[in-house]
Design a protein around this ligand. Structure first.
Ligand code: ZN
Length: 310
């Protein structure tokens, strides 16, 4: 199992308004919308995917904009901060840009030797841009964000937990190594990962549990190369006592899910087949793509979905 996990694959969160969500991630942050599809269980709700040019695993942020939905309350047992990587010295650009887009709670800090700019997304989501080596990753160029400061994918994520130890043990089992510590935060890092390599565990024993809603991360997915690797990971998790779902076809990857001891929902997702399986790279994210079982209802579904800007 240790050799199979390659870092993060995607982060999936919940939102209210689809238009505002689309505008924020494509315009303010300059990500590419790489897929426009619908929720597998609620087809009148979009499933929007944002990432780099091709939706490289480790760059993909996905959203369910439910329309009306209570805001989540922050607390333990969840992904507290979703962190993007940007090139060294990019934060000067981002501070100005995000201020111009009237983004809330811009806070620049140093953490574990990295400069970071934290901010709040449109539904109260917590994000950070972290200056880090590009390590072979490139930003999407089809935006007005200059490519030398653009988002390179995820840096990692910070979990907020009452007790960090069981989740730390799980991450070690998954191949992560305990890295530096700062205050109540322990960093875990995967070697030879896809760039989205860190998971920080923030331990807050007295905090209340989070309640999921708009602005909350629903689950976080870790990348494996293919289905064979995924089956090995699944077996290793089952053998250790985790309740893992069967393999589920998510059209652009294969997924298994399991609840972790700290409360965060984990997914293991394959790098195959990828987002270009039903659209060529030049047109990713432009047409509405439907899971097979909803294709006979395309007209009704399209009628219920708000029209998004490209
Ligand atoms: Zn997922």
């Amino acid at each position: 199992m240790q050799k199979h996990i390659q870092g993060l694959h995607h982060v999936t969160s919940m939102a209210t308004d689809a238009l505002r969500n689309n505008a924020f991630f494509t315009k303010a942050l300059g990500l590419r919308r790489i897929k426009k599809t619908v929720n597998f269980d609620v087809p009148e709700v979009y499933h929007l995917y944002y990432g780099d040019e091709v939706g490289t695993p480790g760059s993909v942020l996905t959203y369910f904009p439910f329309g009306q939905m209570p805001k989540g309350t922050r607390g333990t047992g969840e992904v507290g901060i979703t962190e993007f990587a940007v090139p060294p010295s990019a934060l000067t650009f981002w501070k100005e840009r995000l201020a111009a887009f009237k983004v809330s709670d811009l806070t620049e800090t140093d953490f574990l030797g990295e400069r970071r700019l934290e901010f709040t997304g449109p539904d109260g989501d917590s994000f950070a841009l972290v200056e880090t080596d590009a390590a072979g990753r490139t930003a999407w160029t089809g935006t007005d964000v200059p490519s030398d400061v653009g988002i390179l994918g995820f840096h990692g994520a910070r979990f907020r937990l009452r007790d960090a130890a069981p989740t730390g043990e799980l991450l070690s089992f998954m191949g992560y190594q305990q890295d530096e510590t700062a205050g109540n935060v322990i960093r875990y890092r995967i070697d030879k990962g896809n760039g989205a390599d860190t998971v920080d565990l923030e331990e807050v024993p007295d905090a209340d549990h989070a309640h999921q809603g708009a602005g909350s991360v629903h689950h976080i997915a870790f990348a494996v190369a293919d289905r064979a690797a995924q089956l090995e990971v699944r077996k290793a998790l089952l053998d250790t006592g985790y309740q893992v779902t069967p393999v589920i076809d998510r059209d652009y990857f294969w997924a298994i899910y399991f609840r972790t001891p700290g409360g965060v929902l984990f997914e293991i997702a394959t790098n195959e087949p990828g987002f270009d399986r039903d659209e060529d790279t030049a047109h990713l994210g432009s047409a509405l793509k439907l899971p097979e079982r909803y294709r006979p209802y395309r007209n009704q579904i399209e009628h219920k979905l708000p029209v998004l800007a490209d």
